[in-house]
Design a protein around this ligand. Sequence first.
Ligand code: ISL
Length: 560
Amino acid sequence: MAETKWWQKSVVYQVYPRSYQDSNGDGVGDLPGLTSRLPYIKQLGADVIWLNPIYESPDQDNGYDISDYRKIQPVYGTMADFQTLLDRAHELGLKILMDLVVNHTSDQHRWFQESRKSKDNPYRDYYIWRDPKNGGEPNNWGSFFSGSAWSFDAQTKQYYLHLFASGQPDLNWENPAVRQSVWEVMRFWLDKGIDGFRMDVINLISKPQGLPDAPQADGAAFGSAGALVANGLRLQEFLQEMNDQVLSHYDIMTVGEMPGATPASAIKYAGLDAKKLNMVFQFEHVGLSANPDRRLGKWNDQPVKLLDLKKTLSHWQTDLDGKGWNSLYWNNHDQPRAVSRFATDDPKYRVRAAKMLATTLHMMQGTPYVYEGEELGMTNAHLTALSQYEDLESLNAYHEFVDKEGLVDGKTMLAYLANMSRDNARTPMQWDNSDNAGFTNGHPWYALNANYPEINVQSALTDPDSVFYYYQKLIALRHDFDVISLGSFQELDPHDDKAFAYFRQLQGQRLLVVSNFTKQNIRRDYNQQVAKKMLIGNYADSGQDSALFRPYESKVFLYE
Ligand code: ISL
């Protein structure tokens, strides 16, 4: 293997700034608030912070609709606050990744404001405009956020493309001027000293020639453009150009969000020798539970099956070994909370289950990402009424499938939302048991999870057995043992539907990881009696009977 890079030994902590820490009582998290919490992130042991978008935005999609890439959203603070955050982070040895959202801008961005003025405006070709077809949309593409991916603009009588909300028009990457503008934005931030980018839906930037219709499920209102648009013909070339023009001139880390990525495409766009990105976020394991009615897309109320989960995570481990690099994550700002989704948030088991999941993921090869509050075992919000939701993806889906198309009744859709909504991840961080969990002195922009009096940082820091300290140990182990960060992976018993077991190996060193995903006691014997020692386990007396795995018990053994 080539020389190890710093990001291969790192653990990333993701901060959703809106929901992290408010400093001025306006109910919205902000940069000075985050700066005040850097020592906490340092205490956890993370190396890198990934910040969700903090740029100027009308906030239709919580900052993923950017109106000025060079300005800080006023509610988060000023550019001086950003510089303070960056300096303070660097003093503590923490790196900062910014979110780069360049598949689309906001419709309030100056480029789009110009673009929509007239067909001959110099910025017209910054976006994707088409004439109506048979008096309607240019093709059948549906938006990821429901409805058509096209909006008609009366002024010039053409449609513009938006794969997400209508306020998020897609940039036209075929236009070299667009690419130049993006490189300039990237250099603007890199020259301030940031340490890399997480790139939003970066595999959607190259649209298929001629924009053909997409496959359409029987009875669905629109075709699903995702598979058609992902990994387009010129993606390779665009990423190569980005690397030549920008990335290769800095010592940074890059992770591309790539819906629909396969190991082959991950190696193509982020292979160890590919000279493009460093790693990708793949979506396979977060897409495992699906609705049998394909028209409903991601919305379902099904648990994930362990056999599917094992198969997915394991093949990413082996397929990328020596060729690419995995990003390891259970959840983020778009996904339900890990413990609720992949194990259980039943208070009887929650702490053990959260630690078990953490062990399973953090012992794999790749760069782990911890989403804010995951280190406390924060849970889904278990919302029951539509009025409790805020996210436009969730609200649009309800209106589309219940009110407009009548595909599903309201009660069922609410169960789907409770299981899958992005809002589960967006409730404010739970710092202590005071009003609003210490997140704000004002009125929080979004209601806290009702369980904050029990689940919060203050109580985690005073309990030596907390989920927090367990994450701290896992992170420290990764820093200490090369076999954890770099070793090869071998799954054991893929057909075992109760336990997830695997070996890791690096030269003479071998690890065995076994996690019980059930509420029952089970026995699993992989000769762990002869192990040199147990590295970590989530029960205080885990060492006594090495083959016994109690509910959600997880143990890691080191052989030499
Ligand atoms: O949320 C999703 C998974 O259920 C996807 O539809 C999601 O929109 C997709 O993964 C892309 O996500 C990214 O781009 C979106 C933004 O809303 C998400 O927050 C962001 O992570 C558009 O910019």
